[in-house]
Structures are given as C-alpha cells and as structure tokens.
Design a protein around this ligand. Sequence first.
Ligand SMILES: C[S@@+](CC[C@H](N)C(=O)[O-])C[C@H]1O[C@@H](n2cnc3c(N)ncnc32)[C@H](O)[C@@H]1O
Length: 454
Amino acid sequence: MLSKHLIDKYNVPAPRYTSYPTVPYWSKDAFNKHLWAEHVTSAFEISNKKDGISLYIHLPFCESLCTYCGCNTRITKNHAVEEPYIDAVLKEWAMYCDIFGGRPIIRELHLGGGTPTFFSPANLKKLIKNILAYADVHPKADFGFEGHPANTTYEHLKVLYDLGFRRLSLGIQDFDPKVQFIINRIQTFEQVKEVTEQARKIGYTSINYDLIYGLPLQTLGSLVDTIEKVGIPMPDRIAFYSYAHVPWIKPGQRRFTEKHLPSPDEKRALYDLGHSMLTDLGYYDIGMDHFALPDDTLYIAEQKSELHRNFMGYTHQYTRLLVGLGVSSISDTWDAYAQNVKTVEEYIVLINNNELPVVKGHFLSAEDMIIRKHILNIMCKGETEWNHREEPCHGLMEGLERMQDMVKDGLVDLNSYRLIVTPTGKRFLRNICMAIDARLWADQPSTQLFSMAG
Ligand SMILES: C[S@@+](CC[C@H](N)C(=O)[O-])C[C@H]1O[C@@H](n2cnc3c(N)ncnc32)[C@H](O)[C@@H]1O
C-alpha cells in the first residue's frame, strides 16, 4: 500500500501524455497547413511502406449529456445530423488521400466519440465502406469502436463486425444507481451483459469497459458492487480512469459540486480498492489506468515491450502516421501534430471550402523529438536510456536533475545513462514524465491546465 505522504506529495495537476509536447504547449503561431500537408506526405511514405497507417474518426454526437464527461461532444436527439457529418468526414478523408499520393494500408481504425452508436448501423456502414473504398486493409488490422451500452444494438455489432471490427469499448463508468443518476448516465448491468454476450457470440475478440473512480457520490461500497458486476462478463480490458474534474473547461460538471466528490484520500482509497479487486480478478496493471487479461493483445504487447501510446491511449500497434478525421480530432506524423476545429459548423464550412479543417498544431523541434521518445519509453516500457554525447539534450538533462527527489522517494532508479521506473513509480508515471517535460517547466502554467495526477 502506498504511503499517504507519497500520494499527497505527487497529487498535482499533470498531463496524461498522449502527446509531447502536450496540446497547451503547442506553438501559438498560425498553423501552416501547407507545411502540415508536406509532413503528412513524407510520413505516409515511410509509414505506409513499413506498417500501414492508423485512422481515428471522431463521431461527436450524443443524445444526452453525461455530466462528468470531458470529451468533445454535441448533444442532440436530431439524427438528421448524421448524414451531413459523415459526408464531411468522407470529404476530409478524400483530401488526405490526395495528400498521401498513394493507396493507404489501414493498420488501425478507431471510432471514438461522443457516441459512435448514436449513428445508425446503415450510416456507419456507409462511412466505413467509403473509407475502405480508397484503402487496403493490413493483414494485422485492428478495428475498434466505442459504444454506449444503452444504444448499441445487435445490428450495430453485426454490421461493424462484417466490416472488420473486432474490438469494442463500452462506457460503463459505474453501476451504482445513485452515481448513475447524478452523472446522468443511466444503463443497467443487464444491458451491458447482453451487449457483451452478443458481441462475443458474433466474434469480437477484445472487449473493453471504461470505468471511472472519483465520481460524485461514489463510495468504496458502490465500487465493490461495480467491480463485482464487471467480474461476471470479465471484459478483456478495463480502463479505470481517474475522474478528471475540469468544470472550467466542461460546464456540465457544474451539475454537481465538489462536496459531492470523494475527498483526495477517499479517491486514493477508491483507486487502491479498484486496483486490488481488478488484479485479484486476474487483470494485469498495464499502467496509466489500463488493465488487461493475460490473453489480451495489450498485455501481450506490454510483455514483448511493443506497447505504444497515442491519442487513442495505449495500443498494441504502432504506425508512424495517425490521421484523425472529424471535429477536434488530432493527427500525428511523429514530427508534427495537427488538431481539427471543435465545432461541427466550423468543420463543415471548412470542408465545403475544400480546406483541411485543422485549426492548430505543432512542428516538433529536435529537443521535442528527443523528449517525446523518452516520455513514450517511460509510459510504454517503464524505462529509457540516453547518450548525451551522441544526442545532447539540455531539456532532458535538466529534467533528470529534477528527478533526484523521485530517486529518494523510490519512484525511479537513475544512473548516468538509464532510468527505470520502480513498481512504486508505476503509479506516478504522469509525474515522472512531467519531470522531463521541458516545455512545461520553461513556461509553468499560472492557471490549472491539467487534472490531478492522484
Ligand atoms: C469518448 S468516451 C466513451 C464513449 C461513449 N461516449 C460512452 O460514453 O460510452 C471515452 C471515455 O472517457 C472517459 N471519460 C470521459 N470523461 C471523463 C472524465 N471527466 N474523467 C475521466 N474519464 C472520463 C469515460 O470513461 C468514457 O467512457
């Protein structure tokens, strides 16, 4: 059990490092779309030849607002919004296919949201069929989608399975009726169990449940009940997210107050309880809130040091090029990032003007590239090595200096060329990475930018 002193000491706002530099530290200059297109073309050449490419599609619509939600969503019950949005996404895909200058081989495809299952099976079929009309599918392809248990139908599962999807992620959050009521996220255990069983019967090979600890009105008792219920269908993976309370960015979270939230100590106890119950059930702690059963691809990749992390979180596939389609999506060419506009209206206007809907981005400096590599190694392998002579990096040197305290606290073992995260340190990956986040230290935030690491 970790000491309260250690938890409190490192319970500070910290990024989740799905990228480096993190979005708040991307350059503020006007983003050069032409230079971005050039980066995409050259990354495509390398990526497509070697591993294929990854594709993330953001489907932002939800019929109701979950008050805890930190994602980019558009709340509506008007399903007439589906087709114009899909048409716009397909036009964006066509623009990228022109920029590629070759036929893409899709290695990884993920539908995220919002709620992808807000869309009808027919419209999702139209979307994927038209995406695949201009691409080939990699022999080791991994297609996955996020579904809402209350609106994911047998037809959704079957249509997407027939299009190559084998991975399903269900947003569960918590099964306690009081918690579900205050977060306005109503779904029964029976609904979740039925969708899971249907998916397995159809042939899905990896099912993930998203759970959150630290939600309003959540107690140790309610969490025990939730995880005991999860232990019945035993999904292959579990994302056990720390609730990110950011009401200054997400006004929906003002539907409850801090007094409804577990205290930092109670939240720590919720994590410790969840962690021990999940590992007792046989789940392996991958790191950063992710757990997997030993026969799941994420665990196998972790054991073979082939784990990767991108904007979709931990993944067992790596491609140099990740293209994000749809509102607020982020693309990654390894040496640059670009993010799309966040509103559906702006997105459709830019697309209809035949303009890439990117609104901001960042071209990585030489130092950014080095630090990014080390942050990924720490996040995915729990260790990293450097050679200051061959690859001098002032930002890294300063960061390693800052880690002396973490050495004393037993979070990392450090020598002149190598860093190893200790078993204790695995709980503090965000803090360890933040120590070498040169851009953050060079311009420390005056307001809270990130959720608490604890
Ligand atoms: C895009 S959503 C999931 C898809 C779908 N909309 C759903 O709710 O089932 C991705 C996941 O992010 C997590 N999430 C959303 N807001 C969060 C927050 N404020 N703190 C922590 N996790 C959050 C939830 O576990 C959610 O399932």
